[in-house]
Design a protein around this ligand. Structure first.
Ligand code: OGA
Ligand code: MN
Length: 219
């Protein structure tokens, strides 16, 4: 039987591993990071959504927002905590925020995330999630929800060297329960074409910057 204490202990050990990895390398890749019951419920949530709830993802924010199928082809659904499993996940990620703020003084302020569905052929070209001095995304997170993902299924996350974006640092299979966390401004990364339906939750911890003298809204 899995008790509440086991869940807390697993969370704490994952939080501590993320803390060490971010402090030492700026990136953390942790297999089996999350209780499997939560993973199963999250996968069920995204796969049971009506098709129209998942919309083509864009690039840029607000007025700069545009759909560009040559850059990315995923379909997304922002989480708002309106189902029990979404709240459980958001609480879990809030716990990580509090842990990292206490231990590394990162000043993380809020967390936003969306489900992402890459249909066969889906990809996301090399990009960074934030640009120095321009955005307030500080830490990127990705949780993968794909049981039995095979090497032939493609869809790996490729992470490049911050100093040279031609140099590959890591190649991560989007396997069920793997959590990736990295400094948003530092690491160029890309999603290789997926040959099968690929599900994940991509999210960002933000600091509370105001840009151009206006309060920066969530999303
Ligand atoms: C993103 C992203 C990576 C992934 O959504 O910005 O880079 O592996 N996702 O899904
Ligand atoms: Mn990204």
């Amino acid at each position: 039987m899995i008790t509440a204490e086991d869940t807390v202990a697993q969370a704490l050990s994952t939080y501590e591993r993320v803390e060490d990895d971010i402090a030492n390398f700026g990136i953390s890749v942790i297999p089996n990071a999350i209780p499997s019951a939560m993973l199963t419920a999250l996968l069920h949530r995204v796969t049971s959504m009506p098709k129209h709830a998942l919309n083509p993802a864009g690039i840029g924010r607000q007025v700069g927002h545009q759909i560009n199928p040559f850059v990315r082809r995923d379909h997304i659904h922002w989480l708002d905590g309106d189902s029990p499993v979404e709240s459980t996940w958001l609480n879990w990620m809030n716990g990580l925020k509090d842990h990292l703020n206490r231990s590394l003084m990162l000043g993380l302020f809020s967390y936003e995330c969306h489900f992402a569905q890459y249909r066969p052929g889906g990809f996301y070209k090399k990009h960074r999630d934030a640009f120095k001095g321009q955005a307030n995304r500080r830490l990127s997170t990705v949780l993968y929800l794909n049981p039995n993902w095979q090497p032939s299924s493609g869809g790996e996350l490729v992470v490049f060297d911050p100093a040279n974006d031609e140099v590959e640092l890591r190649r991560v299979s989007p396997s069920f329960g793997t959590l990736v966390v990295f400094l948003s401004e530092d690491f160029p990364h890309e999603v290789l074409p997926a040959n099968h339906m690929r599900y994940s939750i991509a999210g960002w911890y933000r600091i509370n910057n105001s840009i151009l003298n206006r309060i920066d809204p969530p999303k």
